[in-house]
Design a protein around this ligand. Structure first.
Ligand code: IMO
Ligand code: MG
Length: 439
């Protein structure tokens, strides 16, 4: 049975939650493989809006859900989210599993996140303040504390004490900030541990077993390609690997077990946080898109920066994640504009660039080269088939496919599940890809 990875093809907030929800009904297991509560995934089911940060969106449909080893887990936020789900009648016991190898976000990571942002001044990244960067930094420095460590009190205390001792020195000497209280943190986390215990397991074994048994596994990416630590607009990125390769490392499955990757992209572009954004619109059209598209952050409430669709960014996502198709969302939001634009390339120091340059510094000097297409006035939010769309909207979609080089498999024209047009069966496409690979 096929496995599918869903990745954000832009700077996050592409609508991955809705696409995951759409595909999760046909899946057996949904896996988050990176990131933490910096994500904000909105899912509307039967008129109820769920906002999830860490638990995979498939939980609402009673699917087995996994928070993989590539994630960073803030246990307090996670337990709050579990309670929120229980409050909405969504069961998690025996359905939600957390990797014992995922790293913990500690209170000091959150404070460090804020202090580091202050120090960066006007070069700040605009992080979500969830402690993500410092937690992954500890992981890479081999001083992180993992979810499984919570189950061994002596080990947990030992690692915590070592970290806090070093950190308090830093707090005092560099940041002029209050010391951390080891005891208080230990009590708080060990108490949370007793409530998390039933959810903690070796999730890589669980996922591989499901694949062995022919189950359909969906990998739910958070953030997006342009926020990828290696493939994004460094250093204005997050500290994990949202691109498709991250699913292998972050879930513990081999690359040969991934059959298909679908990239989620808005019909325009948005970005929350700082850093270069070539197609950003600083005018009334940008404001119009922000209002009509309800472009305000799920996690931080910040207004998102909005601009035209950028085909250079999407081609980059196709390349680094091996996208086999796109889910193009928010097409309805563009309705009502006289003309719509797509950046097909950049101009960089007098030269035409078809690909992304090296990093944020160069990206900041890129000017988009636009194609202009006629817009459409009709409200398309109740269309059910591609043929129902006005000609100009269809032409827009076809032009995106031509510029990006992969087919649009799903089209979203509103937040509701019914407002999704499937131009292809994504799991069938994955099965086809698997068949082709086997030959
Ligand atoms: P979802 O899953 C949009 C951005 C932050 C900041 C940068 C680094 O909803 O698409 P971090 O807190 O991760 O260290 O911040 O990444 N960012 C996101 N932007 N959607 C997200 O998640 C994001 N997660 C992080 O705004 O620019
Ligand atoms: Mg978000």
């Amino acid at each position: 049975m096929p496995s599918v990875v869903i990745v954000g093809a832009q700077w996050g907030d592409e609508g991955k939650g809705k696409i995951t929800d759409f595909l999760a009904r046909d899946a057996d297991m949904v896996v988050r493989y990176q990131g933490g509560a910096n994500a904000g995934h909105t899912v509307v089911v039967d008129g109820i809006t769920y906002k999830l940060h860490l638990v995979p969106s498939g939980i609402i449909h009673g699917k087995t859900c996994v928070i993989g080893n590539g994630c960073v887990v803030d246990p307090e936020t996670l337990l709050r989210e579990i309670e929120y789900l229980h409050g909405h009648g969504v069961d998690t016991q025996g359905r939600l599993w957390i990797s014992d190898a995922a790293h913990l976000i500690m209170p000091y990571h959150q404070r460090l996140d804020a202090l580091q942002e202050q120090l960066r001044g006007d070069q700040r990244i605009g992080t979500t303040g969830r402690g993500i960067g410092p937690a992954y930094a500890d992981k890479a420095a081999r001083t992180g504390i993992r979810v499984g460590d919570l189950l061994d009190e002596a080990l947990f205390r030992q690692r915590l004490e070592r970290n806090v001792r070093q950190l308090n020195d830093l707090m005092h000497r560099v940041y002029d900030s209050e010391p951390f209280d080891v005891r208080a943190i230990a009590e708080q986390y060990l108490d949370l541990a007793s409530r998390l215990r039933p959810y903690i397991t070796d999730t890589a074994a669980l996922i591989n077993e499901a694949l062995d048994q022919g189950r359909r596994v969906l990998f739910e990416g958070a953030q997006g390609t342009m926020l990828d630590l290696d493939h994004g607009s460094y250093p204005y990125v997050t500290s994990s690997y949202p691109s498709a390769g991250g699913a292998c490392i972050g879930a513990g499955v081999g690359p040969t077990r991934i059959d298909h990757v679908i990239g989620v992209a808005k019909a325009y572009t948005s970005r929350v946080g700082d850093g270069p954004f070539p197609t950003e619109l600083d005018d009334e059209i940008g404001e119009w898109i922000r209002q009509k598209g309800r472009e305000f952050g799920t996690t931080t409430g910040r207004p998102r920066r909005c601009g035209w669709l950028d085909a250079v960014v999407l081609r980059h996502a196709v390349q680094v994640s091996g996208l086999g198709g796109l889910a193009l969302v928010h097409l309805d939001t563009l309705g009502g504009l006289e003309r719509v634009r797509i950046a097909s390339a950049y101009e960089y120091r007098g030269q035409r660039l078809e690909r992304l340059p090296h990093g944020a510094h160069q990206l900041a000097q890129c000017r988009p080269i636009y194609e202009e297409l006629p817009g459409w006035d009709e409200d398309i939010s109740s269309a059910r088939r591609f043929e129902d769309l006005p000609e100009n909207a269809r032409n827009y979609v076809r032009r995106v496919e031509a510029l990006v080089g992969v087919p649009v498999q799903l089209l979203s024209i509103g937040p509701d599940r019914a407002q999704t047009i499937a131009l292809d069966d994504v799991f069938a496409a994955a099965a086809r890809a698997r068949g082709a690979g086997a030959r």
